[in-house]
Design a protein around this ligand. Sequence first.
Ligand code: FAD
Ligand code: SIN
Length: 522
Amino acid sequence: MRKQVDVLIIGSGIAGLSYAIKVADHAQVLIVTKTESDETATKYAQGGIAAVMYTPDTYEKHIADTMNAGQYLNNPEIVRLTITESTERIHELVDWGTQFDLNSKGEYSLGREGGHSEHRVLHHKDSTGSEIERALLEKARTHPNIEFWENQFTIDIITQHHLGKEVKRHMTDIECYGGYIFNPETEEIYTVLSKITMLATGGIGNLYSSTTNPPIATGDGVAMLYRAKGVVSDMEFVQFHPTSLYNPGETPSFLITEALRGFGAILRNKSSEAFMQRYDERCSLAPRDIVARAIDNELKISGDDCVYLDCTHLKKKDLMDHFPKVYARCLALGIDISRDQIPVVPSAHYSCGGIKVDKDACSSIKHLYASGECAATGLHGANRLASNSLLESLVFSHRAAQHTIEQIGQIDFCKGIPDWNDEGMIHNEEMVLITQSTKELQSIMSNYVGIVRSDLRLKRALDRLGIIYKETESLYNKSKVSVQICELRNLINIGYLVIKMAQNRKESIGLHYTIDYPPIAN
Ligand code: FAD
Ligand code: SIN
């Protein structure tokens, strides 16, 4: 089965949709998503989107906060362009129908989160992502040039490797011609040829046992690009959100937004001590790497299962008005947040690393862009500033769209690409081989490659991963394609990249903290 389309977009979160809306005025677009279109990390974003809207805030202050959170490993040019374009991108999002909360003066109500020196987070109560996803999907669905393929899994991108040519890492002329897309219902694999391909496949959270990410976040785009010998960077910087609800067995872990701390909530240990004072002068509003590490330390010392977020000094009505989703979720578990402290633990939340891209979101592979969480733009450095992710997606999808519109007229479809060949492959009848390996992988990553690392733990993780890798490749090479085995394979690729890049970084900085190297002062 074959299809030709000008622009193939993998992913329907904020990155994929905002890019689609712009390029669709100039080209035919196909958006492929592995489940329903709105099942994205974007939909679950709570706190909001950071942007400079009013004085006393300035671009310079937002730039300084972003660089400081990232421990100056950020690319200063990228930080500046992202933040100076923030206001324009927000106005556009509003023009497309997104509703942000307003204050009594009719101005945007701006929240504050860890590491921000000003109130600058636009939000829609505590369901900002769901409001953005709604508005973008409504806009994209009505565009005559945009087609959606839901519940279709992209297995791999197509390059000259599929024409039988040798492709090596660091080659500068690798080209992308589209993707192989699997329909789990019919078991057909489509060869989709495109002039331009956009990877907007989101995060990697399911590499760990506990994550705030939805099940779709299995690092597929990064793994596909890596297999195609493209350049990936910064994977050692995995962000753990300090406050996910401690509710053993719940997957994904429910996020307790950092905006609650911006609103005055305080982290306490079991003895009711506001322990963050011992770790950072910004206390509960220090950047995420510092807070997550402090909690990890408190739990290791005390042996407790969780720490607590205390909102009991805040007004019940304010909590219900501003954080209705968190309020309701906790209440359903018998926790009235106006009276009871919320049990919280850190969970894997965000990948600062990914597909290395330039300022126009171009990857190292020709005609292949990446935007959103799967991309490494250089904005975040060693640690992402809260609520900079949705902003980054908008800015880079906009730049990618402009670049695409300039380039697409000069690109032709590639001829001679073969269809996917799975002759002789058999159905894997033992799903336990995949589910058990996934659990083992998550356990290895959580225990050895989490918030605190060491050379010994990383080596042990790599050795264990090697065994799972060999077993999985052997199974993959004789099995018919299934989503489960592809996702496991992708997660193994991602685990390898996180471990290798962590081993290569011989220092403690930002989200990469190892007991073998002294930390660099913030
Ligand atoms: P996503 O929105 O995750 O979309 C990924 C898309 O790719 C999906 O459509 C999926 O189906 C598709 N896909 C993936 N692999 C394949 C494949 N193989 N084949 C076909 N389709 C595929 N950031 C902020 O800035 N502010 C916040 O307040 C905030 N809160 C957050 C709260 C939570 C609970 C979480 C999990 C994240 C939060 N983040 C926040 C981070 C932010 O939401 C994400 O980084 C951002 O939404 C990622 O957008 P995206 O478009 O890159 O990917
Ligand atoms: C949150 O609401 O705490 C998440 C914000 C983010 O990940 O940027």
